[in-house]
Design a protein around this ligand. Structure first.
Ligand SMILES: [Zn+2]
Length: 82
């Protein structure tokens, strides 16, 4: 499995519906369809606006968190400050 060059974490790549490859965190998470402030990518490449927490037993499924939203290194690079 490849690693992120910014933070050294393992990456998992998903091909999105648009044909692009998106790096995601390799561990799937549960998501709920009761909100839209978070994003997950499904195994089939569909990106979903969702919420990453909710009532137990009512989650809508499993998805992967896009790595750019959790990568501390990419965040640092994007903001261009130490
Ligand atoms: Zn990273």
């Amino acid at each position: 499995m490849p690693r992120c060059k910014y933070c050294g974490r393992m990456l998992y790549w998903i091909r999105t519906r648009t044909g692009a490859s998106m790096p995601v965190d390799p561990v799937p998470v549960r998501y709920w369809d009761t909100g839209s402030e978070d994003r997950v990518v499904l195994q089939d490449g569909e990106t979903i606006a969702c919420r990453l927490y909710g009532e137990k037993g009512k989650c809508a499924g499993n998805g992967y968190i896009p790595h750019w939203s959790s990568c501390p290194g990419a965040d640092k690079a994007r903001r261009k400050r130490a």
